[in-house]
Design a binder for this molecule. Structure first.
Ligand SMILES: Cc1cc2nc3c(=O)[nH]c(=O)nc-3n(C[C@H](O)[C@H](O)[C@H](O)COP(=O)(O)OP(=O)(O)OC[C@H]3O[C@@H](n4cnc5c(N)ncnc54)[C@H](O)[C@@H]3O)c2cc1C
Length: 281
């Protein structure tokens, strides 16, 4: 397993207040010390969060950090995507995470030009050829809107064939779901890296909310243990560290080509897992 090239990355969301901007700067400085391959910054559906993504990305790029902006179909059209690609290309950004996104309630559907992430990947390739290394999303526990697991896999294969270079998964706590998904994708002809997404556990209520929304399953035994810990944050963190670090150990031992951490803009929970895994500090 030591011969595979691994990619480690840390995801942020754009901060919404001056205080959050300061906190993110502190987190990114701490996380940069372990030299991840890249940081990524999520992209929302509304105007101000989108501006937040662009300014966070440009600030990090100017600070010399490797950064990959997320871009999404929702609320986008050819012109807005073209403009975004130009903005990033002009400063020398070479990696993107291309997504469909989710429609916030009350927001009208965007241009039918970009219905699925595969449309966006195709467009980015047509517009900018090989300039960008394109990451896309994958769902080892099946995308919540997919009709069947088989259709979801075919849609994933289509998205990779549209020109993606690599995939990052939704987070999960069941390593077998990931290992089987990778096996099925390989059988379907996808040979690009599929990097597991990792969610550190710090807050049960928040984790349960996210997991319900994105279709990530919290196994019953974990749910029961976390519920029993109530508001005891320290014990939740200790339990979460134990569980998530062993998940990562197993994934890396089974050949996962890296890890993508959903940092929630916090350095400590990710660094605790990093150090438990014995990754270079
Ligand atoms: C690593 C990662 C990063 C993310 N970052 C963001 C972010 O920054 N901003 C954000 O808003 N969201 C983000 N998300 C969430 C993501 O936008 C949602 O999960 C969204 O619902 C699906 O996006 P996708 O790119 O996977 O969509 P797609 O690949 O387009 O798939 C969406 C659904 O459509 C189906 N489908 C795909 N193609 C077809 C087709 N041709 N015909 C019929 N059905 C089809 C798929 O099976 C799936 O059910 C992220 C998710 C991940 C895993």
């Amino acid at each position: 397993m030591s011969t595979i090239e691994r990619t480690f990355s840390f995801e942020f969301f754009p901060p919404k207040s001056d205080e959050a901007v300061q906190k993110l700067r502190a987190a990114r400085t701490r996380l940069a010390q372990v030299r991840p391959d890249f940081f990524s910054v999520t992209y929302g559906a509304g105007g101000s969060t989108r501006e937040g993504t662009v300014s966070t990305v440009l600030e990090m790029h100017a600070a010399g950090l490797p950064v990959a902006p997320h871009i999404s179909c929702i609320g986008s059209n050819e012109q807005s995507i073209r403009q975004l690609l130009q903005t990033y290309r002009k400063v020398g950004i070479r990696r993107l995470v291309a997504l469909r996104g989710d429609l916030p309630s009350g927001m009208a559907a965007g241009s039918p030009r970009f219905r699925y992430a595969s449309d966006l990947v195709e467009f980015v390739r047509a517009e900018t050829d090989r300039w960008f290394y394109i990451e896309v999303a994958a769902y080892p526990e099946v995308h919540p809107q997919a009709r069947t697991a088989a259709e979801d896999l075919s849609n994933f294969v289509r998205k990779m064939r549209a020109g993606a270079d690599s995939a990052i998964t939704q987070y999960f706590f069941n390593p077998d779901a990931y290992l089987r998904f990778v096996q099925d994708a390989r059988r379907a002809g996808v040979h690009e890296p599929i990097v597991p997404g990792v969610m550190p556990i710090t807050n049960f209520a928040q984790l349960a909310r996210f997991s319900d929304a994105c279709g990530a399953e919290i196994p019953r035994w974990m749910r029961r243990r976390l519920e029993a810990l109530g508001d005891d944050r320290e014990s939740i963190r200790a339990f979460g560290l134990e569980v998530v670090a062993s998940l990562c150990e197993r994934l890396l031992a089974e050949g996962a080509p890296g890890l993508h951490f959903y940092t929630m803009n916090l350095a400590e929970p990710t660094l605790a897992i990093w150090s438990r895994l014995g990754l270079p500090a």
